[in-house]
Write a protein that binds this ligand. Structure first.
Ligand SMILES: NC(=O)C1=CN([C@@H]2O[C@H](COP(=O)(O)OP(=O)(O)OC[C@H]3O[C@@H](n4cnc5c(N)ncnc54)[C@H](OP(=O)(O)O)[C@@H]3O)[C@@H](O)[C@H]2O)[C@@H](O)CC1
Ligand SMILES: [K+]
Length: 501
């Protein structure tokens, strides 16, 4: 699937028109294809088409004409007094056909009778906060409990970022013209979009440009995972040092290491607190477990950094963070390890949190991936979880820029950013919203780093494999998503990875 921002879409549209394809033709094809989706998905009897003053509204007029032609009883709200260009032409056709045009005061009554609303109020020409009049219409649509098909992007969602500053339509299906709009796949816009579909509208490949955001699907990763070829030994297949766990959190260490094993590490080492080591050792048959000096709170003490660095001599990458605990000791330990190695490092969970307010990341020259969720990134940036959740694309890009590392922002729309590159992951399930899945992810990406993948590619691939493993578990068990536990992922990580080879 191709992802376009509003600017990229309007560039492609402009180039198509420069090539001699009239804008009206694009609008006609968009509207006709979207009407077809409406008919197939919803089999409506009575549809209300809500049309704004721009080309999104113009698409809506075409949809209205097509639904009318198919025998659907159609009512159209046109919010602008005077239309111009292609929308005006299509509105005129509706008048000639005597399609019912309703006033904004009649919207509530129409919503009561409709079994489908087509939201063609605002498209890619919108950003910021919806004005009062349109916000009122959006609230009525959301309150009506009627199925909603959104045209191109749910009205009120910023098509280029997924940000929602005020009122925004909640759609069941969003049908995008030519390319999926970024705002439909990044939260919170993604939750407003429902299912996102793309229809062709006649823009030729000659009009396309390289998108600034990549959709991480299987095809974009196939062949990127290094294979172990003969002659191989356990170190050449990837040797990962995992620095994880504390007395209170032994599971995090186990899950990170086991994720790494299944993602193909030749050998795994674990450094954990001396108190946690015996329990962890029993759970990790294939791993070399080092119980290191323990600090005050049952975690590893900063003084353990030298031993950990020494034990990492034969490692090809490190994972630091799962279950190590936050606080002063954790911070000093992480800083000391980072200062002592140029190996590729993945920092997760507590390690990310503990680096807030330090320059340890910005100073570091070795390849680095951080894998925070919104709360952890909020603490790191000093902006808070709410701000990160509202501006996920902006926040992950800011962190990648400020800290000069690869950032993987977890969520249903996992975003990976490094330098000028940004991607959004395509796999996953709500099943992953359970304790320990993040630890597994750190191990999977750590393994890929240890096997020689570059940070951005390792993070993209790891996120895809992790999400795909959850999908495979759901498919195989048929169990409710809520019943999955993180350890269920282990058996499915290899199969997910197998799909990329
Ligand atoms: N071009 C293409 O590639 C193709 C585009 N296509 C379609 O066109 C769409 C893009 O059309 P677009 O550019 O005309 O903008 P659009 O989304 O209709 O928004 C403009 C309207 O929004 C209004 N408005 C703005 N801000 C507002 C606010 N805060 N609160 C309230 N209202 C606000 C603004 O009002 P104004 O400020 O002018 O009074 C104006 O009326 C695209 O999504 C796709 O569906 C397809 O037909 C095929 C090819
Ligand atoms: K819309």
């Amino acid at each position: 699937m191709k992802l376009y921002t509003a600017e990229e879409m309007s560039r492609a549209d402009g180039r198509a028109q420069d090539l001699g394809i009239p804008g009206g033709v694009l609008m006609e094809r968009a509207g006709a294809a979207m009407a077809q989706v409406a008919l197939e998905r919803f089999s409506p009897n009575r549809a209300l088409i809500v049309c704004g003053g721009g080309n999104n509204g113009g698409d809506g007029f075409v949809i209205a004409r097509e639904l009318h032609r198919a025998g659907v009883e159609v009512a159209v709200l046109a919010t602008k007094d005077e239309y111009g260009g292609d929308p005006a032409i299509n509105l005129e056709a509706l008048r000639n056909l005597e399609v019912r045009l309703v006033r904004v005061e009649e919207v509530e009554a129409e919503l009561d009778r409709a079994d489908l609303v087509v939201d063609a109020l605002l498209g890619t020409g919108f950003s910021g906060e919806v004005r009062e009049k349109e916000a009122g219409i959006i609230e009525k649509i959301n309150g009506a409990g009627v199925s909603v098909l959104a045209v191109d992007v749910p009205s009120g969602v910023d098509g280029g970022t997924g940000e929602v500053a005020g009122a925004a339509v909640f759609a069941d299906v969003t049908v995008c013209a030519h390319a999926a709009k970024v705002g439909c796949v990044i939260s919170p816009g993604a939750e407003h979009a429902g299912e996102t579909l793309v229809v062709e509208i006649g823009i030729p490949p000659e009009a396309d440009s390289e998108p600034s955001l990549l959709w991480t699907d299987g095809a974009s990763l196939r062949g990127s995972i290094p294979r172990t070829s003969a002659p191989a030994h356990k170190y050449s297949a990837g040797a990962l040092m995992v620095v994880a766990g504390s007395r209170a959190m032994t599971g995090a260490a186990v899950m990170s290491v086991r994720g790494a094993e299944r993602a193909g590490c030749g050998i795994t080492f674990l450094a954990t607190s001396a108190g946690a080591a015996p329990a962890v050792d029993i759970a990790l048959t294939e791993t070399i477990v080092y119980g290191v000096e323990e600090g005050e709170f049952g975690g590893m003490s900063p003084g353990a950094a030298d031993e950990i660095l020494g034990r990492s001599e034969r490692a090809t990458a490190l994972v630091i963070g799962p279950g190590i605990g936050t606080g002063e000791e954790g911070r000093r330990l992480v800083e000391a390890i980072l200062a002592g190695t140029d190996l590729p490092v993945l920092l997760d969970a507590d390690a990310v949190t503990s680096l807030a307010g330090t320059d340890a990341l910005a100073r570091r020259e070795g390849p680095t991936v951080i894998t925070p969720h919104a709360g952890e990134l909020g603490r790191l940036l000093g902006s808070g979880a709410k701000e990160v959740s509202a501006r996920r694309l902006h926040s992950s890009r800011q962190a990648a820029h400020d800290y000069g590392c690869c950032v993987l922002l977890k969520g249903s729309d996992t975003i990976v950013v490094e330098g000028g590159k940004t991607s959004v992951n395509s796999t996953g399930s709500v099943a992953l919203a359970t304790a320990g899945t993040g630890d597994v992810l750190s191990g999977v990406i750590g393994a890929l780093l240890s096997r020689g993948m570059q940070p951005y590619e390792a993070a993209r691939a790891g996120a895809w494999i992790h999400g795909r493993a959850a999908e495979l578990w759901l498919r195989e068990t048929g169990w409710p998503a809520e019943s999955m536990v993180a350890t269920d992922l282990f058996d499915h990580v290899p199969r997910a990875m197998g799909e990329l080879l």
